[in-house]
Structure formats: C-alpha cells, structure tokens
Design a protein around this ligand. Structure first.
Ligand SMILES: [Zn+2]
Ligand SMILES: [Zn+2]
Length: 401
C-alpha cells in the first residue's frame, strides 16, 4: 500500500472511531443503563426484574416526568396541576406511558441486548432480559390505565393548521419589517424561511437543516422551487424530490418568496449558496457555521418563543410541522397526488428525478414560456436535463432566471 494511502486509511479510521465514541457517550441507552446501575447499585449482569421496576417507579416519582396524572378518585381530575390534590402519593407528575415505553424501557432493552441478555426473563434462573419480565409489562399497563382514567391525552405533537400558519408567517413578516438590518433580522428571516419550507413540503422541521442549497432548482421564469433531499431524521438515504410553485398573488405568504428573502439577505453577509446548506447555522457575524446542523432540539425553544411572541403558542414542537401541509391540502379536498406540494421520486439520477418529479408535481405546468415548447407528455429528457443545469436556484444574483 502506498504511504499516503496508508496515512489516509489510518486517519479515516481514527475519525470513524471517534465518531463511535461520541455517539456512545451521547446515547440515551447508556445514560439510562448507567442510571439504572446506580439506582440499583448492581452491575448489568446482576440486574433483575425488580430492579427495572424500581427504576421505572423511581423515574415516575423523582420529578422528571411532565405529565399530570390524578388518581381516578381525585376531585381534580381533568385539571393540569396537582398542587391542590390531597394525596400527593396518588396524584403527581409522571412520565407519559407511551414515552416511557419507547424512551426508557426500549432503551434499557437495547443495553441488555448489547451484553447478550436477550429473550424472556426467567425469575428462577434470573436469566434473560429483565425488561421483558411480566412485572415490568404489568407496570406499563397499570400506567396506561391510570393515565386513561385521568384523561391524559397523547403527547403526539399537535399539527399546525393552515390558518394558524398564515397568522404566524404574516406576524413574523411584520416583525422583520420592524427590525434594522443585522444578524438578529437575518436569524428571524432564516427561521421564517425554515418554518415556511417545512410547512409546505411536509417535512420535519429539523429536516430543513440538511437541505443542500446547490441541489435546489428554480423553476423556469421563477415560478417556484424544486428540492432534492437525500437526508432526513429517518436516515434513509434516498432521493426525495418535491417542490412548490410561487403563490405570492394567491396566498398570504409564499414559501418560495420567503426562502428567496432569506437567501438574498444572507448573501449580503457573504454566504454562498452555490455550495453548502440552504439553512446553515449562523455565526454571530452572520457567516455560515458548518460545524453542526439544525436539530429538532435546537428549534424547539425558538419555535416556542416565536409563537409565544404573537400569542399563538399552544404546545407546538418542531414535529408539529410534519403533517401540517398534508392536513391542509387534504382538508381543502385535494387528493395527495394533485396537491402541488409533494411528490416522491425514488432511486433516479438527479436531473432525471427532477425532470420527472416536476412533471409529477406539476402536471398542469405551463411550459410555454420556458423555451421547452413541448407538451409535458413528450418532454425531451436530455433537452430538459441540459436546461435544468442552468436552473440552480441560488447561484445567480437576481431572483429571476
Ligand atoms: Zn389529584
Ligand atoms: Zn413566491
């Protein structure tokens, strides 16, 4: 092996191993297992079903839960605090049952699995996976019933309705108009663009953090944007092609125009959208920070604050955007295929996926003024692909192509 290849090999190996180490340090699986061992004062091979049960109950009484649960006989059932309750053993703040199952029990199960403790738990031999013991299952069932009788609703993120989104975006625009040019205004513009993008393409908010600017296409005559995404929280690498037409004249706000507004302002700070991300994190001097990308966690607080500032906050999280657009377009009686917001194209080369995607997305698109004067049925694939090379959304200075 040539020396320089060996050096590269070693260095890449090192980067990968550091990645593994970091991932482990941060994983909830390890955090909960460490916690369980600490609470039980035992090692992983000695832990049994009672230890797991004690740990779950400990999590339910140590003030780490955020769900108000009243005992079925408590007169305060249906209220969302326990301050007035007479019995603070029967009423209290607990972990929502489903989130405890997914967030704690499943994580511990993985940790046991990692050391070979799998399969049903046998209380006589103490072998197997203690999270699968009947007493643990029974506790989870007990919690579900208790929370059902207490009227606890599912913690699934609420959707943002089109009406609310309109109010939100219009208010944000007003806020921007009141701000002087500066990094603060730049950040608000970026958030507004991310919210608009996510609502319109029906993606999780954090997904916006992975959009590659150079992979975005501007539709001919500036009629909209088409995106090609390869990365999302699901971590499935695939090609999702979707986009939206400009709705400036028809709707209170247009995601395509809002994104352009953000990009144009960012360019005045020297940000370059011929490469890099469409929504990078921003340094204090207004330059792009490529070290990390936006995550749901980062966006939870800012979204809450933005909504609160217009008195619109009702418990929304970044996940609330996931189905906002779908719910909206279906409500208006459009079929999912016909709505202009979304289409998936799988496993096709970029240009081809764009061109096909565009025809699926916009079957009624008027190609007359685009220079490709053919009907959509017989578009010349090669011709279109050549054309599309000049359609990079953010490379030219002006908003139109
Ligand atoms: Zn109560
Ligand atoms: Zn527009």
């Amino acid at each position: 092996m040539p020396t320089h290849t060996r050096i590269l090999l070693e260095k890449r190996m090192q980067i990968f191993l550091e990645h593994c180490k970091l991932k482990r340090q941060k994983s909830r699986m390890d955090v909960y297992m460490e916690n369980l061992k600490l609470v039980s004062n035992k090692e992983i091979y000695d832990l049994d079903d009672k230890d797991v049960l004690r740990f779950l109950i400990y999590k339910d009484v140590n003030d780490s839960g955020r769900t108000v649960v009243h005992h079925y006989s408590c007169p305060n059932v249906g209220t969302d605090n326990v301050q007035q309750c007479l019995d603070h053993v029967k009423c209290g703040l607990r972990h929502q049952s489903e989130s405890m199952r997914v967030g704690i029990v499943d994580k511990l199960r993985k940790a046991f699995e990692d050391v070979g403790r799998t399969g049903p738990f046998d209380s006589t031999t103490q072998l197997g996976d203690p999270t699968r013991a009947s007493i643990v299952k029974e506790y989870m069932l007990y919690k579900r019933q208790e929370q059902g009788m207490s009227g606890v609703r599912s913690t699934k993120a609420r959707h943002i309705s089109k009406e609310k989104m309109d109010k939100f975006m219009v208010n944000l625009h007003g806020k921007i108009l009141g701000l002087k040019k500066g990094v603060r205004r730049l950040r608000v513009k970026q958030r507004r663009a991310m919210y608009g993008y996510c609502f319109s393409v029906i993606k999780r908010l954090a997904g916006a953090g992975h959009v590659i600017a150079a992979n975005t296409v501007r539709m001919p005559n500036n009629r909209g944007h088409v995106f090609n995404c390869t990365w999302d929280k699901t971590q499935i690498i695939d090609s999702h092609c979707f986009g939206f037409l400009c709705v400036k004249a028809k709707e209170p706000w247009c995601p395509h125009c809002v994104i352009d507004d953000w990009v144009n302002e960012a360019k005045t700070y020297g940000m370059d959208f011929s490469k890099g991300l469409l929504f990078p994190k921003i340094n204090n001097d207004g330059t792009a920070n490529m070290k990390t990308r936006w995550k749901s966690k980062d966006l939870t607080e800012t979204l809450k604050r933005d909504l609160e500032s217009f008195h619109l906050y009702e418990g929304e999280t970044p996940h609330s955007f996931r189905h906002g657009g779908t719910v909206n377009s279906l409500k208006q009686g459009k079929s999912l295929e016909k709505t202009m917001y979304l289409a998936y194209m799988k496993n096709v080369k970029t240009a081809q996926s764009y061109s096909r995607g565009m025809r699926v997305l916009f079957p009624n698109f008027d190609w007359k003024d685009t220079g490709i004067s053919v009907n959509p049925e017989s578009i010349d694939e090669l011709d279109l692909m050549c054309q599309m090379k000049s359609w990079k959304a953010f490379v030219s200075a002006g908003p139109t192509l």
